[in-house]
Design a protein around this ligand. Sequence first.
Ligand code: GAL
Length: 685
Amino acid sequence: MTRQPTSRWLRRPHDGSGTALAYGADYNPEQWPREVWEEDVRLMRQAGVTIVSLAIFSWARIQPDEDDWDFAWLDEAIDLLHANGVAVNLATATASPPPWLAAAHPQILPVTREGQTLWPGGRQHWRPTSPIFRRHALRLVTALAERYGEHPALAAWHVSNELGCHNVYDYSDDAARAFRVWLRERYGTLATLNHVWGTAFWSQHYSGWDQILPPRLAASYPNPTQQLDFKRFSSDALRDHLRAEREVLRRLTPQVPVTTNFMVMGEIKAMDYASWAQDVDFISNDHYVVPGPQSFDELSFSANLTGNIASGRPWYLMEHSTSAVNWQPVNVPKGPGELMRDSLTHLAHGADAICFFQWRQSAAGAEKYHSAMLPHAGADSEVFRSVVDLGRTLEDLAAVAGTVRKPAKVAVLFDWQSWWASEQDSHPSSLLRYRLEALDWYSALLALGVRADVVPVGGELDRYDLVVAPILHVVPAELADALTAYAEGGGHLVTTYFSGIVDEHDHAWLGGYPGALRELLGIRIEEFAPLFAGQSVELDNGTTGTVWTDRVDVIDPSVKVLVSYAAGEQAGRPAVTRRPVGAGSAAYISTRLGAAGLEPVLLELLTAAGVAPELPPAVAGQVELAVRTGEGQEFWFLINRTAEQVEVPDVPGEVLNRRSAAETAGGGLLLQPRGVAVVRRPAET
Ligand code: GAL
């Protein structure tokens, strides 16, 4: 067999047959008798499935004991899938260690901050830093790579599964040892560490590396920089595990791309995925909708951020749900049209593979009430009909495959360091929510019909006319310089409360807040003035602030006060300011306005930055626009955010998914409730 060159995307095992967009699910055939597999592949063909992720939780089945291996069932499953035109994203199966391993080596089990062991019985009960676990995991990876590396069905390697889903923070002795090594590499000397951690405070000075521990349950607040460094270390430790498995795979099967499924979604914050992006051949993500007032905006936000972590290139949606999940307090099914709309929204933001957890709903185990492509009800079900419909639609949209995200004119910066640091304990307020603030800005942009990119901090800013930096709490000197240069170069920056406050060591910038951004913003704050839960304050533009206020003083006469506090302790003081900087500007919002409250301010800032919506004003707010581009063409995704029909006037172009989502009427497009139309047009020059 000839080896194919390493690809940045799925290896194409089926010489061009099937759709160019991949479609499928996690597949767990080991949960079912052999005869069920035949029905599986028949129904997969019916649904248009092109790829499955296999063997994710199969370690105990593949290796029932330390020196006992059973590949026969997996050989058979892969061959059957291949014979039916289904490619395999083969997991390395290391996500959930088998009982024999934990019994022989209880030192692989994670330990909580309180000192409790996390026992086997669930999944992912392993320490990211355990040398014993690593050795056994790599042995398994080696065995799989040697056996299946040349199999024609193999499209990619899927390392582990959702690294850090349950085991990211481990406070064991292994973690303590690895943390010390990480700290030595970062700081070199104990003197530096003592300075950075501010150990002059509360008699915390270290005189030997061995005295340093993870921030285990303590009598009072553990050292904040120790906590922040432990978060950094824990994300890096999982990335090291990814790298270790990847190295084995690259050595043995250089022709096969390697990925792992990220969890860019909701409040999952422990993995700094922007720092993992270079460690995979293509980005994969899992996303689940958590019902709530901004749930669909959150999906779009996460897909958008994932697409930008992937630098605009295609990425793989490895898991989402066809309907209800099993892990919320109350698990409601998706409404009509949501399966299609959610899937096409990920596609709109750059996904070239649309997959679900899982193919066939389990009959036993903790996830038996979690939806799947093939539900308990069987193929004669609304869910399966929707699954087949989506498969056909993805075939209609094959031309989108391989195109990239078209950059927007507005960026919302996203920064894991600021997320981690701003929400630590012993702060002015425990009510601050980093990701919610960022999401509010994104919702406000959607409501105004303005396309935006959610981008990890540290990237190129100059391509954007407006940059929103919500709660940019950690601002090292270089970042302050970059933001200043951006504004001086004609860019328009807006930031919010609790931004610019600390450097990379979580040390406060002195001289008044917002610290590193004080000069740029032309304001000075002597004291924060957060609000109690349920407390709010009126502003003179008719909006209302919650969570936070600041005592803002203007220190640069060129600063314009856009909005002031109308009541409360800060009455008469500036709430929103804007300072002209060269051809650009720097604005500050000192309170939480919420998505609706941000709209008037945002509109003013967008106008100043010269950014106009690309959609007709009549549908702003009702329709989200996302654009992919390639080979002289653009694909406009018009996503109906409402549960009503919406008519979009004047969108010339060819509707690719007419059958399933949108109909033309009088020269415009009639979007069905929650419908998505994909329109092909010549690229704008
Ligand atoms: C993910 C996981 C899957 C499945 C799914 C259920 O976190 O990777 O294995 O558990 O959630 O929503």
